[in-house]
Design a protein around this ligand. Structure first.
Ligand SMILES: Nc1ncnc2c1ncn2[C@@H]1O[C@H](COP(=O)(O)OP(=O)(O)OP(=O)(O)O)[C@@H](O)[C@H]1O
Length: 219
């Protein structure tokens, strides 16, 4: 069955990856796979390297060893197919001065047109994440939680198959975290794969948890 085949396909492979900054090694050796329909959450103490792994998968940081592959191809931000596959919310996005929250969302929609009928409908994410309540305001005049809601709506509005989220629960209230968990579940239900760094049990409820610790490299 097509759906069955879809759900067993590996989207992300991290193979014995070593990552660091200059001479300082942060991740000694990490291997994991994320299949279509699967969510994986990295957990571990502050500074252990969760964001570092996400940056490497997003192509923002070159591994010092091992390999990261998306759809079997090495990570390469310059490749159009890679950019169309991966949607990442790692650091706060760069906001366009003078554009409202709604205009940010419209830009994302426009840049990815035509968006297929199998994706979130236009305006759906704004509604569900509560962006409609501050649609006409510029990001500069929003609260941290409102900005996070807008950033999440923007990253999910872009059709993709690998979602990278660094602490998506940041600044969100309980209802916001529950909405994010539901949206991630729907993303996975559409055959997407997700890699998260998160400490929040609500957000990671549907994910396999991988605990990073200082002694994992010795296992
Ligand atoms: N740009 C950088 N240059 C040098 N070292 C860095 C840089 N970014 C992070 N580090 C170091 O790499 C290590 C891992 O950082 P990282 O941000 O990946 O941790 P984390 O697990 O995501 O932490 P947190 O839970 O606090 O977000 C830390 O010791 C940090 O000091």
């Amino acid at each position: 069955m097509l759906a069955g085949a879809l759900y067993t396909r590996r989207v992300l492979t991290i193979d014995q990856v070593k990552i660091g900054y200059g001479d300082r090694v942060v991740i000694e050796e990490l291997s994991l796979d994320v299949a279509a329909g699967e969510g994986v959450a990295l957990r571990g103490p502050n500074g252990i390297g969760k964001s570092t792994v996400l940056r490497c998968v997003a192509g923002l940081l070159e591994p010092a060893g091992g390999a990261v592959r998306v759809d079997g191809e090495p990570v390469d931000e310059r490749r159009g197919s890679f950019r169309r596959t991966v949607a990442a919310l790692l650091d706060p996005p760069a906001w366009y001065p003078g554009l409202s929250a709604q205009e940010h969302l419209s830009l994302v929609r426009l840049a990815n047109a035509p968006v297929g009928a199998d994706w979130f409908a236009e305006g759906e994410l704004a509604e569900r994440l509560g962006v409609t309540g501050f649609a006409d305001a510029g990001p500069g005049s929003l609260s941290s939680g409102q900005r996070q809601r807008l950033a999440l709506a923007m990253v999910l509005d872009r059709p993709s198959r690998l979602l990278l989220l660094d602490e998506p629960e940041r600044h969100l209230d309980r209802e916001g975290r529950e909405t994010v968990a539901m949206l991630i579940g729907e993303y996975l239900g559409r055959g997407g794969a997700a890699l998260l760094a998160s400490h929040d049990p609500t957000v990671t409820a549907g994910c396999e948890i991988i605990e990073l610790s200082t002694d994992w490299a010795d296992e």
